[in-house]
Design a protein around this ligand. Structure first.
Ligand SMILES: Nc1ncnc2c1ncn2[C@@H]1O[C@H](COP(=O)(O)OP(=O)(O)O)[C@@H](O)[C@H]1O
Ligand SMILES: [Mg+2]
Length: 416
C-alpha cells in the first residue's frame, strides 16, 4: 500500500487540500497537494501518510470528515475541490464540534434576529471572514427544530451566485451554528432607506440578481417565503453583488406563517396568506414579496401602507395597486408590478413571465405619469373564509366578496 506520487503531473494538476486536525486548536492545519490519481479514500490516506511522513500504523486509525461531520467516501475524494477544508483525526477520534468552532475567532456581533444572533468571525488559519448564525435551540418543538435545521440543508443544495453560500452547520450545547459566506455590503434595507437616488439601471442591476436567485430557488421547487430587503444582502462594500439569505422559514408549514404575521412583517405578505387560514403554498407568495421589493426600490415607499396594521391588512386584501402621482414611471414597469400584485395567486405572474424580461430590456422612453383621480371609487371587500367556490370575477379575487353593506357605504363615499 505504498503511495508513490506521480511526478509526471504538471503543477496545475495538483490540488491543495486543507485538513483541520481534530482536537487541536492552534496551528493544526495540514496542507496536502494531491494529484488526480488520488481518487479513493484509501489513496488519500496513503498520500497523507507519505507526504507528512507519518508512521504507517496511522493508516488504520485515521478518519477524514467533511464539514457536515460525516466521514468521507471515495466519491467525495474524487470530487475534491482545490483549497477545500476537510477534518482529519489521526487517532481515529470522532469529529468534535468544538474542533470545528475552534477554527474560528469571533470578531463582532452583526445582528440579532428572529432565531438568535449573527456573528462575524474569521478563520484563524486562512483569515477568511465568515458569518455565523447562532441559533438558540431551547424551547422549540420538534417540528420547529426540524425546520430550523432545514435552512442549512436548503442552502447547501441551492448553489447559485445570488444565494448565500453555507460552509458548515453543526449543533453544539443547545445551539445550532450555520457558518456562511460573509456579506460585507450590508442589507438592501440600508440602500433603500438611504437618501441615495437609485437610477433605473442600478435598480435593474440589483433586482435582476434577486430575480435570478428566486428563479433558481423556484426551479428547485423551494419557496423562500420571507423575501424582504433585510434578507437581501450585498457581498461587496460597493453593493454590486447581491445574495439572498435567510431560508429559515422556507418550505415550512402554514402554522408558522401565523407567527410571522404576528411579528408584524406582513407588509410583504400576499392576500392569500393574510386572508386564508389554509391555502396551498405556492411560489406565487414569493412573487408578491418580490413586487414589494421592486416597488420599494423604485418609489421608496410600500405599495400597500397605512396608519395601522388593520389598514395595511385591508389594502393588501382589497385595494387596487396605486402608483405615486406626478412622476414618470416606465410603462413596462407598471405592467410588471401589476402582474406581480395580482391578488388572485392563480392569475399572478410566475417567475418566468415575459413581463420581467420586457422591463429588464426596456430602454425606451415609454413613460406614464399618474394624476390624482378624485372620483375614484373605492371597493371594500371582506374576505370569504368559508366558501372557497365563489364565482370568479375579473375585478375581485375569487375568495373575496363584496357585501351589500360595504357596497352601500362605497356608493356614499363619492358624494361627501
Ligand atoms: N452572511 C451574512 N453576512 C452578513 N450579514 C448577515 C449574514 N447573514 C445574516 N446577516 C445579518 O443578520 C440579519 C439576520 O439574519 P437572518 O438570517 O435574516 O436571520 P433571521 O431569521 O433572524 O431574520 C440579516 O438581516 C443581516 O443583516
Ligand atoms: Mg431575516
Amino acid at each position: 500500500m505504498e503511495f508513490i506520487p506521480d511526478t509526471k503531473n504538471t503543477p496545475e494538476e495538483y490540488k491543495k487540500i486543507l485538513f483541520w486536525q481534530n482536537g487541536k486548536t492552534e496551528k493544526s492545519i495540514i496542507e496536502i497537494l494531491i494529484t488526480k490519481e488520488i481518487n479513493t479514500y484509501k489513496k488519500l490516506k496513503e498520500a497523507i501518510i507519505y507526504e507528512k511522513n507519518l508512521p504507517k500504523s496511522t493508516y488504520e486509525k485515521m478518519k477524514i470528515y467533511n464539514n457536515l461531520q460525516i466521514e468521507i467516501d471515495d466519491t467525495d475524494v474524487d470530487n475534491l475541490k482545490p483549497k477545500e477544508m476537510l477534518y482529519i483525526s489521526l487517532d481515529g477520534s470522532k469529529f468534535t464540534e468544538l474542533n470545528y468552532i475552534n477554527q474560528y475567532e469571533i470578531l463582532e456581533f452583526i445582528k440579532s434576529g428572529g432565531y438568535g444572533e449573527v456573528l462575524l468571525a474569521k478563520n484563524k488559519i486562512t483569515n477568511k471572514k465568515v458569518s455565523i448564525k447562532k441559533i438558540d435551540l431551547n424551547g422549540f418543538s420538534t417540528e420547529e427544530l426540524y425546520s430550523i435545521s432545514r435552512e442549512a440543508l436548503y442552502l447547501s443544495s441551492l448553489q447559485h451566485k445570488n444565494i448565500i453560500k453555507i460552509y458548515g452547520s453543526f449543533a453544539y450545547k443547545n445551539y445550532l451554528y450555520n457558518v456562511m459566506e460573509y456579506a460585507e455590503g450590508g442589507e438592501l434595507t440600508q440602500l433603500i432607506r438611504s437618501n441615495e437616488e437609485l437610477s433605473e439601471n442600478r435598480i435593474k442591476d440589483i433586482f435582476k440578481q434577486i430575480y435570478e436567485g428566486v428563479q433558481f430557488i423556484h426551479e428547485n421547487e423551494v419557496i423562500h417565503r420571507d423575501l424582504k430587503p433585510n434578507n437581501i444582502l450585498f457581498l461587496d462594500k460597493e453593493k454590486t453583488q447581491v445574495v439572498i439569505i435567510d431560508f429559515g422559514i422556507s418550505g415550512i408549514s402554514n402554522c408558522y406563517i401565523k407567527e410571522v404575521i404576528k411579528a408584524g412583517t406582513f407588509k410583504f405578505l400576499s392576500p392569500e396568506i393574510l386572508f386564508r387560514e389554509n391555502f396551498d403554498s405556492s411560489p406565487k407568495i414569493d412573487i408578491w414579496a418580490l413586487g414589494v421589493i421592486l416597488y420599494l426600490m423604485n418609489f421608496k415607499q410600500y405599495p400597500f401602507d397605512g396608519e395601522n396594521d388593520k389598514e395595511i391588512y385591508e389594502k393588501i386584501g382589497n385595494e387596487d395597486l396605486e402608483f405615486p402621482y406626478g412622476i414618470k414611471i416606465k410603462k413596462s414597469l407598471i405592467n410588471l408590478l401589476k402582474g406581480m400584485f395580482e391578488k388572485n395567486p392563480k392569475r399572478r405572474i410566475d417567475i418566468n413571465d415575459k413581463l420581467f424580461d420586457i422591463w429588464f430590456n426596456d430602454n425606451s422612453d415609454n413613460y406614464k405619469v399618474f394624476v390624482k383621480d378624485k372620483k375614484k371609487r373605492k371597493f371594500r371587500a371582506i374576505p370569504d373564509r368559508n366558501n372557497n367556490n365563489v364565482e370568479e370575477n375579473e375585478e375581485i379575487p375569487h375568495y373575496y366578496r363584496l357585501t351589500k353593506s360595504t357596497r352601500a357605504k362605497n356608493n356614499n363615499k363619492g358624494k361627501i
